[in-house]
Write a protein that binds this ligand. Structure first.
Ligand SMILES: Cc1cc2nc3c(=O)[nH]c(=O)nc-3n(C[C@H](O)[C@H](O)[C@H](O)COP(=O)(O)OP(=O)(O)OC[C@H]3O[C@@H](n4cnc5c(N)ncnc54)[C@H](O)[C@@H]3O)c2cc1C
Length: 419
């Protein structure tokens, strides 16, 4: 069965695969232009089918990209009460080494509730839910036919792969652009703020900002405060109110962890053990992790992936009408908080390229060039951060000394300049 992506002649039919952050922003960027008929095809059953995490750090580039398609009043509502993010880098005994104001991405960033952001981006979007894309075919008239796992297909003039780090669109469009497992595993959960009564040092540090604990054996723990407004449409497992999110990551390949770790209770047990060696003799961290309820696990062990930087631009060949954006083009590790910010810039640039006067093919070529350069730069920066925070042995000692030294210089400079 084949469906057409547009019913109106002369419109450019744009099919977006993936209703994640980047795909939704692209829709918003094109939605006011009647030249386009846009449909999003998303594998999830609904917007609230899956809890995708809690907080996102939006940097100035990401904010500007959002502002290209979202009204100022919607942005003001979304970011109301958001604070500039501050990160404290601390050693395994919670001694502060460095304070960074404005990370992630190392610009002045603000935190936003991920669910609220995605809900706002999905406003009015024509999303076909439960459509798991499989592959595409180039048609003789220059169009593209996309096939779904349910046996249906659609035709479009432009197919956008916004289907995340394991993109099937990318796998066919440029098979040489590959994503590798970086052999770091991550676990995340939330706890109620009452747990902080038993972790007073963490409470004091959280008053100043988010905490990145640099542990032994390459283990690291991110702890951040979080307030989730009750929202009627949110996924049922999103816990609301004042919470603390923690994310533990460690250099053990996920493949080495037994399958039973998809069990949240076993995940907590594993995390407790992991912290005993990673953050020895720290009662606060032990309390924080051991008092986490299995029902509050956001994700059980999952591996981190990163695009292997390609030689040249792999999008130089192949059909220009099949376009990538976000993680589909450049998957990156999470430790610099740049993935969504980069996907937003891609979506904003692609919306501008498709609407520009002149030759659309030339505009897509220029988009491909700019998007890949920016994306791969972010991939490399993110990987550097991942390597730095998971450093082991002598390297971890040198890293801590360096952070402490730089932190000291920054403190003095802030005092002198008043910034
Ligand atoms: C814990 C965590 C914290 C993070 N924190 C930050 C942060 O602070 N700042 C930041 O900038 N980034 C952060 N990121 C990264 C950020 O979430 C991603 O980079 C961003 O979501 C990428 O957007 P995207 O649209 O490219 O892909 P996604 O948001 O992953 O969307 C892809 C969509 O495609 C759908 N899909 C996949 N396959 C198919 C298919 N075959 N058919 C149909 N649909 C499909 C998926 O269901 C999904 O909805 C974080 C990531 C994690 C995991």
């Amino acid at each position: 069965m084949s469906q057409e992506a547009s019913e109106t002649p002369n419109q450019l039919r744009v099919a977006i695969i993936g209703g994640g952050l980047g795909g939704l922003l692209l829709y918003q960027g094109l939605s006011k232009n009647s030249r386009f008929s846009v449909t999003i095809y998303e594998r999830d059953a609904s917007l609230s089918a899956r809890n995708q995490g809690y907080v996102l750090g939006i940097n100035p580039d990401g904010y500007q990209a959002l502002a290209s398609a979202i009204s100022q009043s919607d942005l003001d509502t979304l970011f109301k009460g958001s604070d500039t993010m501050t990160f404290l880098m601390v050693d395994h005994q919670l001694n502060v080494l460095m304070k960074i104001v404005g990370s992630p991405g190392y610009g002045r960033s603000v935190s936003v509730e991920r669910w609220a952001l995605r809900q706002m981006l999905a406003k009015g979007a024509p999303i076909e839910w439960g459509k798991k894309y499989d592959h595409y075919e180039e048609l003789p008239d220059g169009g593209i036919r996309a096939y779904f796992e349910d046996g249906t297909s659609i035709t479009a003039d432009i197919l956008v792969g916004a289907d995340g780090s394991r993109s099937k669109v990318r796998a066919q469009r440029c098979p040489n652009l590959v994503v590798e497992d970086v052999h770091i595993t991550s676990i995340a959960a939330t706890v109620g703020t009452d747990v902080l009564d038993k972790a007073p040092t963490i409470r004091t540090l959280l008053d100043q900002g988010c905490i990145r604990v640099l542990g032994k054996e390459g283990k690291t723990l991110l702890i951040l405060p979080y307030v989730a407004e009750p929202r009627p449409d949110a996924p049922s497992d999103v816990v609301t109110g004042k919470r603390v999110v923690w994310a533990l990551s460690f250099p053990t390949p996920t493949s080495e962890l037994s399958e039973t770790l998809s069990d949240p209770a076993k995940t907590i047990e594993y995390a407790v053990q992991c912290c005993q060696s990673g953050f020895p003799s720290n009662p606060d961290i032990a309390q924080l992790i051991s008092l986490t309820a299995p029902s509050d696990v956001i994700f059980t062990p999952r591996g981190l992936f990163s695009t292997v930087p390609p030689k040249g631009n792999p999008l130089e060949t192949g059909p220009l009408s099949v376009i990538l954006l976000g993680d589909a083009a450049h998957a990156m590790t999470t430790h610099r908080g740049m993935g969504a910010n980069t996907a937003f810039q891609d979506a904003s640039d692609l919306a501008a390229a498709l609407q520009a006067d002149g030759d659309i093919k030339e505009a897509i070529k220029q988009y491909n060039e700019k998007m890949m350069q920016r994306g791969i730069k972010a991939v490399k920066a993110s990987k550097q951060s991942t390597d730095m925070i998971h450093a082991q042995g002598t390297f971890s000692g040198v890293r801590n000394w360096m952070l402490w030294g730089i932190g000291g210089i920054m403190k003095v400079s802030q005092k002198l300049t008043g910034k």
